[in-house]
Ligand binder design. Structure first.
Ligand code: NAD
Ligand code: IPM
Ligand code: MN
Length: 348
């Protein structure tokens, strides 16, 4: 059986990190005796340029028909004043595929604490998973644009909170068994609903420890004592902000991957970083987050846990051996780094 992967390289460094992820996917798959086919489609700014839409209809159809979708990154100054932004394509794709659960793992590997700008003793042992709700909240509420007045509304239903909370509790069962639900229940009505529903869901998971933390305090704790967290469960906007902050714990935003999953159908796998216009087209991007996303694609998208383990081990081996990319103080190019990871994955 052949698994069909749709690649959406997108904009800026997106095509560079997508090529890197593909090389690694091919190596891991061939080592595992797995057959993959790849197709590519315009998306984001590239979709606007090619078809006048950040999410062309044909791209969406190809995504629906695939077994998994890999995205590089979208956005950039060229489209900042376009009638439709590239980012709208990403939101549209998440919504259309029903991808309500965004998993963003952050791990400081033993011995690699020096990657972080934080003190090594602070980040040592940090191993957390951000479970971010991805199709609700401020991102999808009614919006009013304007120069005199503008508004964005935040809406959550109990059903939306229940299903994402269940994902977090299930994930905690396979980890250290702790969920920290992050909200702003001292101010926001949606957060008070969130907290009450999470308490309800927790009753089905007596083996998982739950605590609640306000988002401002959680932002501080993330950089003062990141090892205290196991699973962080939070809403869309808080999850977006906290995951970029959490990237600092690991050392670079270029290191973090993510999986966006729905109840059924293909998942979307993408690094958490953006299109990095400042380094685009220079072979300087760190492809590690894209490669980590490729491993998540193997694990969650194709249910190939062994191949995923092997690719993660290959990435870790290369991060230990170097040379590293410029964001981590090295002089490796993006493509060369990925070739080395692929070589590890093919052998391991
Ligand atoms: P960004 O993540 O693109 O860049 C922030 C900083 O991190 C930059 O200095 C950049 O050079 C660096 N960086 C990012 N990824 C890197 C990598 N792999 N290796 C080395 N350095 C890396 O964030 P931004 O500048 O705020 O956003 C640029 C554009 O990307 C915006 O249009 C934004 O909307 C978009 N964006 C897209 C996604 C996505 O497609 N999933 C995610 C975030 C931002
Ligand atoms: C991310 C990005 C997106 C988000 C943008 C590009 C819409 O920042 O995936 O983290 O805010 O979800
Ligand atoms: Mn983000």
């Amino acid at each position: 059986m052949t698994a069909h992967i749709l690649l959406l390289p997108g904009d800026g460094i997106g095509p560079e990190v997508t090529a890197a992820a593909r090389v690694c996917l091919e190596a891991a798959a061939s080592r595992a005796g797995l057959s993959l086919s790849f197709d590519e489609a315009p998306f984001g700014g590239a979709g606007i340029d090619a078809c006048g839409s950040p999410l062309p209809e044909e791209t969406l159809q190809k995504a629906r028909a695939s077994d998994a979708v890999f995205l590089g990154a979208v956005g950039g100054p060229a489209w900042d004043s376009a009638p439709q932004r590239p980012e709208a394509g990403l939101l549209g794709l998440r919504k259309a595929l029903g991808l309500f659960a965004n998993l963003r793992p952050v791990k400081v590997m033993a011995g690699l604490e020096d990657f972080s700008p934080l003190r090594p003793e602070r980040v040592r042992g940090a191993d957390l998973l951000i479970v971010r709700e991805l199709t609700g909240g401020l991102y999808f509420g009614a919006r009013e644009e304007g120069r005199e007045r503008a508004s964005d509304s935040c809406v959550y239903t109990a059903e939306e909170v229940t299903r994402i909370a269940r994902v977090a509790f299930e994930a905690a069962r396979g980890r250290s068994g702790r969920v920290t639900s992050v909200d702003k229940a001292n101010v926001l009505a949606t957060s008070r609903l969130w907290r009450a529903v999470v308490e309800d869901v927790a009753r089905d998971f007596p083996d998982v420890a739950l605590d609640h933390q306000l988002v401002d305090s959680a932002a501080m704790a993330l950089v003062t004592n990141p090892a205290r967290f196991d699973v962080i469960l939070t809403e869309n906007l808080f999850g977006d902000i906290l995951s970029d902050e959490a990237a600092v714990i690991a050392g670079s935003i270029g290191l973090l991957g993510s999986a966006s999953l729905g109840a059924d159908g293909p998942g979307l796998f993408e690094p958490i970083h953006g299109s990095a216009p400042d380094i685009a087209g220079q072979d300087k991007a760190n492809p590690a987050g894209a490669i980590a996303s490729a491993a998540l694609l193997l694990r969650h998208g194709l249910k190939q846990a062994e191949a995923a383990d092997r690719l993660e081990a290959a990435l870790e081996a290369q991060l230990r051996a170097g040379p590293l990319t410029a964001d981590l103080g090295g002089d490796s190019g993006c493509a060369a780094f990925a070739e080395k990871v692929a070589a590890h994955a093919a052998q391991a």
